[in-house]
Design a protein around this ligand. Structure first.
Ligand code: PGA
Length: 254
């Protein structure tokens, strides 16, 4: 049985007030959901402790990034252990903004995944092709390479802490979502790659991200290999985010 997850990535947005008000509202309105969805809030690191405090036990909290080292002279970085220490259960790795703006390579992704796995946090490993790559017919090959290289360090007993998020770069923040059929096709392909590298592919949750909104979430989540969503813009508006969480169908994904 796979975890069904809806995670809100605030990116570099928000404030102490948002951390308080939005999280309160999301907690109140998702607490009673009976569709089995795990709701995760991923604020900027500086607000993690505020969010953890507001979140109570019904919401999980994550960080958007961790350094690939255990500790040391890495000014500006936070470690996987620190995120865990503050009550986080999740961390994003390899988001396309990190890959494009901060030079995060598959090797760096693999090193971060290793750090997270060693302290028991769930790594949400983000993969996705650019528009050029899709138009050149290379989308599946690009994503397969990111999955294989990014997960190269995962040990046999660490797969339960791995989630993969498929986020086509052309769909992030653009209002253009992949069709449910295209997203399903890529998710099935990713599951095939996971099986190929010896992972327990049927038990790994695969999330879709890229302009998921209240009005398209249900169609995406209805697909058999889409186990949830990674939500950017719409996670900053409580009603929208809650409505996306509600769009997860009841029953198991497996
Ligand atoms: P978006 O962002 O929902 O605003 O497109 C998704 C993401 O970057 O994770």
């Amino acid at each position: 049985m796979r975890r069904k997850i809806v995670a809100g990535n605030w990116k570099m947005n928000g404030s102490k007030d948002l951390a308080r008000n939005l999280v309160d509202q999301v907690r109140a309105e998702t607490g009673a959901l009976d569709n089995g969805v795990e709701v995760v809030i991923i604020p900027p690191a500086i607000y993690v402790s505020d969010v953890v405090e507001q979140a109570g036990s019904s919401l999980a909290v994550g960080v958007q990034n961790v350094g690939q080292w255990q500790s040391g002279a890495y000014t500006g970085e936070i470690s996987a252990d620190m995120a865990k220490d503050q009550g986080c259960r999740y961390a994003l790795v390899g988001h396309s903004e990190r890959r494009q703006l901060f030079g995060e390579t598959d090797d760096v992704v693999a090193a971060k995944v290793e750090r997270l796995a060693s302290c028991g946090l769930t790594a949400v490993v983000c993969v996705g092709e650019t528009l050029d790559e899709r138009e050149a017919g290379r989308a599946e090959a690009v994503v397969a390479a990111q999955v294989k290289e990014g997960l190269a360090s995962v040990g046999a007993d660490q797969w339960s802490n791995i989630v993969v998020a498929y986020e086509p770069v052309w769909a992030i923040g653009t209002g253009k979502t992949a069709t449910a059929e295209d997203a399903q096709a890529m998710h099935a392909s990713i599951r095939g790659v996971l099986a190929e590298i010896g992972a327990p592919a049927e038990s790994i949750s695969l999330l879709y991200g890229g302009s998921v909104k209240a009005d398209n979430a249900a169609a995406l989540f209805a697909e058999p290999d889409i186990d949830g969503g990674l939500i950017g813009g719409a996670s900053l508006v409580a009603e929208d985010f809650v409505s996306i969480c509600r769009s997860m169908p009841a029953g198991t994904k497996s």
